[in-house]
Design a binder for this molecule. Structure first.
Ligand SMILES: [Zn+2]
Length: 498
């Protein structure tokens, strides 16, 4: 059931390896190696840079004075220094969530995040499994060598030159929701970095190739809906071919139809908590679950009034308990185009007040991490918390990368909602922040979480108890939705007329 859900959601396979990290791939492949000799510091797993160099089969240079190290990768240099969280690959700079630490004549590198960053630069595939923990490395040569997109009269052809024949059960193409199309090839190996640079063409707007443990997934963002598709293999030249057939392009009627299909016409509103989970409890016993349900319904009514064509979907409309992970699933299954989780905040410091909007990303500031921890802690009301165990900070980095397709839009959306709230709500704007909220993990559409105010603050708690004030909040959120929708729909028009 979980597996099926993950296939439904965008880039689900990437999350799939997060929730099912029992890759036994290392035992099966001859060209494989499993690394387990990590050091644990503050709960983070580290591996020395020279051990990584062994794994990559490359040479190193270490300067003990400056505590800098270079790894000589094929055609690339990778530089680390002690007490820095930045690494440099040629001239590109990457940020690790933890510092590189010095050790006896060597440097210690945080394994999970580094593995994820370095993977696309290597001709080998690596999989870090935090639950064992181990790092499995595979030296399989690349067997899908290229990706070519060709625009044809009646559609678009995507050709994947391959070095061997794949069985029919090894590759699978399918159309996801929200304008994505996927091809997964079991046993496929690519140079991710190289294929990421392929220029989209025809009906394809964006290409996201992802090398996983023992398989590869290509995600294609489409400009418009396709009528039909087919995946097959040619032997001369040896290639996997995916053909995407476009609806007959016949003047402006079709153009408008294509445009309408991509309109932001389904918005998922998610009032936090409910039922046995009251959420934060504040001033005069005010419960977060009640405040946010009312705000959410008000937002829904504003949307329906202004945009009669937009369908508003609620994850709950009554005082009912809904597990966190079911909320994004509902949004995906209902083919939502926008996901907004609405909450109210609480703080031990009673003077703290204001509203803030969150993006799903590993927490940066202590405050943001506190808020995410509080909101995530409601899983204690669920029957099993097993599912969430993998979401430590480093795993969240991977989960958020699965959402990178929507990140730009989510950022835009978050800032518009925060602006809307600022113009309507007489309280303090605490800005757009980022943290690792479970409720947003897996949503395959632009998504944000709004903290509407602090029930723990006397003034704001009192305000949140008033219908007029909740209406103001709803209007602020609605303004953000409206601005985003108008902007998004305009972009769709522009793209359809390209
Ligand atoms: Zn909450």
């Amino acid at each position: 059931m979980l597996k099926k859900l993950l296939q439904v959601i965008g880039l689900g396979v990437l999350l799939g390896f997060l929730v099912n990290p029992q890759g036994n791939f290392a035992q099966k492949s001859p060209g494989a190696q499993t690394v387990r000799d990590f050091q644990t510091i503050n709960n983070i797993k580290y591996l020395s840079a020279s051990r990584f160099a062994d794994v990559f089969k490359v040479k190193t240079y270490y300067n003990p004075q400056s505590q800098k190290m270079i790894l000589y990768l094929p055609e690339q240099r990778l530089k680390f220094s002690a007490f820095s969280s930045y690494i440099m690959i040629n001239s590109e700079i990457y940020h690790l969530p933890n510092l590189v630490l010095p050790t006896d004549g060597d440097l210690l590198i945080p394994v999970a995040s580094f593995t994820h960053i370095i993977q696309p630069h290597l001709g080998i595939t690596m999989q870090y499994d935090a639950s064992v923990p181990n790092l499995s490395v595979n030296y399989e040569p690349v067997n899908i060598t290229d990706l070519i997109v060709e625009e044809k009269k009646n559609g678009t052809l995507i050709r994947f030159p391959v070095t061997r024949k794949f069985r029919e059960t090894e590759y699978k193409a399918w159309q996801g929701n929200a304008g994505w199309f996927y091809l997964t090839v079991a046993g496929g190996y690519i140079n991710e970095k190289r294929l990421s640079k392929v220029t989209p063409n025809g009906v394809i707007r964006k290409i996201v190739p992802i090398q996983m443990d023992g398989s590869v997934q290509f995600s294609f963002r489409l400009r418009e809906r396709i009528e039909d598709y087919e995946a097959y293999q040619n032997s001369n030249p040896r290639e996997i071919v995916v053909s995407l057939r476009s609806p007959a392009f016949n003047g402006s009627v079709e153009l408008n139809e294509a445009r309408d299909r991509w309109k932001l016409d389904r918005i998922v509103l998610d009032p936090g908590h409910g039922g046995k989970d009251p959420g934060a409890i504040g001033y005069a016993g005010l419960q977060e679950k009640d405040v946010v349900l009312d705000v959410t319904k008000r937002v829904g009514r504003l949307i329906e009034k202004e945009f009669p064509d937009v369908e508003v979907i609620y994850t709950r409309k009554t005082d009912k308990f809904i597990p966190l992970r079911d909320r994004a699933r509902v949004a995906n299954e209902q083919n939502g185009k926008l996901f907004i989780s609405i909450h109210a905040n609480s703080n031990k410091n009673k003077s703290v007040r204001g509203f803030e909007t969150y993006l799903l990303r590993p927490g940066k500031t202590e405050d943001a991490v506190d808020v995410a921890e509080r909101e995530n802690s409601v899983i204690k009301f669920e029957e099993s918390t097993e599912y969430y165990k993998q979401y430590d900070n480093e795993q969240l980095i991977l989960a958020t990368m699965a959402q990178s397709a929507f990140m730009k839009e989510s950022e835009d959306f978050a800032s518009l909602v925060q602006q809307g709230l600022s113009s309507e709500v007489p309280s303090r704007s605490r800005g757009v922040k980022q943290a690792g909220f479970y409720v947003l993990v897996g949503a395959s559409m632009p998504n944000i979480l709004v903290e509407t105010g602090f029930v723990s603050n006397t003034r704001e708690g009192k305000n949140l108890g008033w219908a007029e004030y909740r209406q103001k909040i709803a209007e602020g959120i609605f303004e953000g939705i409206k601005d985003f929708k108008l902007k998004y729909d305009q972009q769709v028009v522009d793209q359809a007329s390209l």
